[in-house]
Ligand binder design. Structure first.
Ligand SMILES: NC(=O)c1ccc[n+]([C@@H]2O[C@H](COP(=O)([O-])OP(=O)(O)OC[C@H]3O[C@@H](n4cnc5c(N)ncnc54)[C@H](OP(=O)(O)O)[C@@H]3O)[C@@H](O)[C@H]2O)c1
Length: 305
């Protein structure tokens, strides 16, 4: 099996992809910019290549012997030194150019659902869509994976929603919270990425992936309340408040306002998808939203799922 160069392996999805690839017997080389979480990758048998995606020399080193490339890397609107503009934008596009020059046999790009429609409304989706187009024009055999929102949004970690529930009994919606999402388990997205290397249906395709059920934030909180037995009062953060917050934060966090535009986009267009039949069959059982909640809150028999 070909060696896989994984970029983003220290992140939530990248870590799950590394596990999935290791289980399937792939040799993994991970480009990591710090030791944070890299120990997990080493424990899985991955070899580590120190470097930043923005450093062309490091990328060239990592691309030696033209491995299959998978990238989940993204910037962080809360970290001005790691802007979306550079990571999701210029650096990802240069990675694709360098992969083409190196003769990479397959490139899997983790984009985001509705990157095409959302490009006009949400800066991060515009970067994703631009990178998709560069990849499609590159001639590299590709798969573009477009996940819906992760179920892990409701776990501890990158979003504060679980903390609001636990500390104040508040289910915060950003905007109306009426747009439906096909909330999907990170592990199911990781399996999708690995499966895309094995299934010809994924070759040169855009592959949307969602969970088995569509729910909006209000419905999600109602489920969380029912499963955990907690009282959850739904509190919508008004869109103008998000806009104002983004404007006030601009001098320190210039990308935050643009990131908030995600929520207006969700309200307006929803974030649901139809997962292709071949992938539904290949994935088998996808984790349900209810099982995800049980796992996040340690409730019931399936809490370790
Ligand atoms: N969250 C969702 O609901 C959702 C929905 C659809 C699509 N997606 C997409 O799914 C992908 C994975 O999401 P995630 O939550 O796993 O992301 P994440 O946890 O934020 O991970 C991002 C990864 O990118 C790496 N990275 C960032 N800048 C880098 C640089 N300059 N050089 C090398 N590596 C760099 C990070 O490394 P460090 O550890 O060094 O920071 C980290 O490993 C993202 O592209 C995201 O846009 C997410």
């Amino acid at each position: 099996m070909a060696t896989v160069l994984l970029i983003g392996g220290t992140g939530l999805l990248g870590g799950a992809i590394a596990e999935e690839l290791a289980q399937r017997g792939h040799a993994v080389r991970a480009l990591v910019r710090s030791g944070r979480h890299a120990a997990k990758l080493s424990a899985l048998g991955a070899s580590l290549e120190a470097g930043d995606l923005r450093d062309a020399r490091a990328v060239k080193r990592a691309l030696r012997d033209a491995p299959v490339v998978i990238t989940t890397a993204q910037g962080d609107p809360l970290k001005p030194k790691s802007p979306l503009r550079e990571i999701d934008g210029a650096a990802t596009q240069r990675l694709i150019d360098m992969a083409r020059a190196a003769g990479v046999p397959r490139f899997v790009f983790v984009s985001a659902l509705r990157a095409d429609v959302g490009a006009a409304f949400v800066p991060q989706l515009a970067y994703k869509f631009a990178a998709e187009q560069v990849l499609q024009a590159s001639g590299i055999p590709y798969t573009i994976v477009r996940p819906s929102s992760f179920q892990e949004t409701f776990d501890d970690g990158f979003a504060p929603f679980k903390r609001f529930i636990e500390t104040a009994g508040i289910g915060m919606t950003m905007g109306s919270g009426r747009g439906a999402h096909s909330f999907v388990a990170v592990r199911d997205v990781a399996r999708t990425v690995a499966l895309s290397l094995e299934h010809s249906e994924a070759l040169n395709q855009i592959v949307p992936v969602g969970g088995p059920e569509d729910l909006n934030y209000r419905q999600a909180y109602t489920r969380i309340a029912a499963i955990t037995g907690r009282r959850v009062t739904i509190v919508p953060a008004p869109r103008f408040g998000l806009k104002l917050g983004g404007l006030l934060a601009k001098p320190v966090l210039p990308e935050l306002g643009g990131f908030f535009s995600f929520f207006a986009f969700f309200d307006r267009f929803g974030y649901t998808c139809v997962t292709p039949d071949w992938l539904v069959d290949a994935l088998g059982e996808r984790r349900s939203f209810d099982d995800a909640v049980r796992a996040f809150y340690g409730v019931g028999a399936n809490s370790s799922v």
